[in-house]
Design a binder for this molecule. Structure first.
Ligand SMILES: C[S@@+](CC[C@H](N)C(=O)[O-])C[C@H]1O[C@@H](n2cnc3c(N)ncnc32)[C@H](O)[C@@H]1O
Length: 213
């Protein structure tokens, strides 16, 4: 489920770290302040952390730097290889937002960066239902991901990408499942979380969602 983009990530793995460092003009704005964005997620994580979509392990590294215990889940074999090269001490397991081996210890924080948009809104809701059951009572979710503040803003960003001639980016924006902020708010509330949103660059928002008990 939500795995339709994996072959693209297998192909991207070798040069993913170059893309996030701003070398790809089309994606420069998406990854603007990349390191600060990951740091913002790591700062809000606590306790035992379950990370989805580790990619090459950049957020994982920051979480470990904060002294946290991390269980990494990543569906792309090539991305898992890259993460293992970077962090030899950690095992990132094969899995995705909806299907993953149960963590061995109670989980206090679920994190992810640049990945939750791979799920449809229906899948996002199912994932949040799972996470509500999995998290400890004062648990939280901390995500950083692209979303649109509202439908006018979505149109403005599409127009911006079209005007710039960023057609690969435009295709991504049109084919992946980037939500409107209000819709995502409702999905979190429906599944027992109180979300807070903060914009970090033109595309990416920090989402901190506390579990309601
Ligand atoms: C844009 S990369 C982000 C990697 C890393 N988190 C970062 O911040 O650089 C998206 C990652 O999500 C993974 N992914 C794709 N579909 C997924 C799914 N359904 N569940 C979990 N991860 C997924 C991809 O394989 C890829 O490693």
């Amino acid at each position: 489920m939500g795995r339709e983009f994996i072959s693209a990530f297998d192909k991207w793995a070798d040069y993913y770290d170059q893309s996030v460092s701003g070398q790809s003009p089309e994606y420069r704005e998406v990854f603007a302040n990349y390191s600060d964005i990951l740091e913002a997620v790591a700062e809000k994580a606590r306790g035992k952390v379950l990370e989805f979509g580790t990619g090459t392990g950049n957020l994982t590294t920051k979480l470990l730097d904060h002294g946290l215990t991390v269980y990494g889940v990543e569906p792309s074999a090539k991305m898992r290889e890259k993460a293992k090269e970077k962090i030899s001490t950690i095992d990132v397991v094969d899995g995705d937002f909806l299907n993953f081996p149960p963590p061995k210890q109670p989980i206090d924080t679920i994190v992810s960066s640049f990945a939750f948009h791979h799920l449809t809104d229906e899948e996002k809701g199912r994932a949040l239902g799972l996470y509500h059951r999995l998290l400890t009572d004062n648990g939280r979710i901390v995500f950083a991901d692209t979303l649109y503040d509202n439908s006018l803003e979505k149109q403005r960003i599409f127009n911006w990408a079209r005007t710039k001639g960023y057609l690969a980016l435009l295709k991504d924006l049109q084919t992946e499942y980037y939500p409107l902020r209000g819709d995502l708010y409702r999905i979190f509330r429906t599944h027992g979380f109180i979300p807070y949103f903060k914009q970090l660059n033109q595309f990416v928002w920090l989402i901190i969602a506390e579990k309601e008990v």
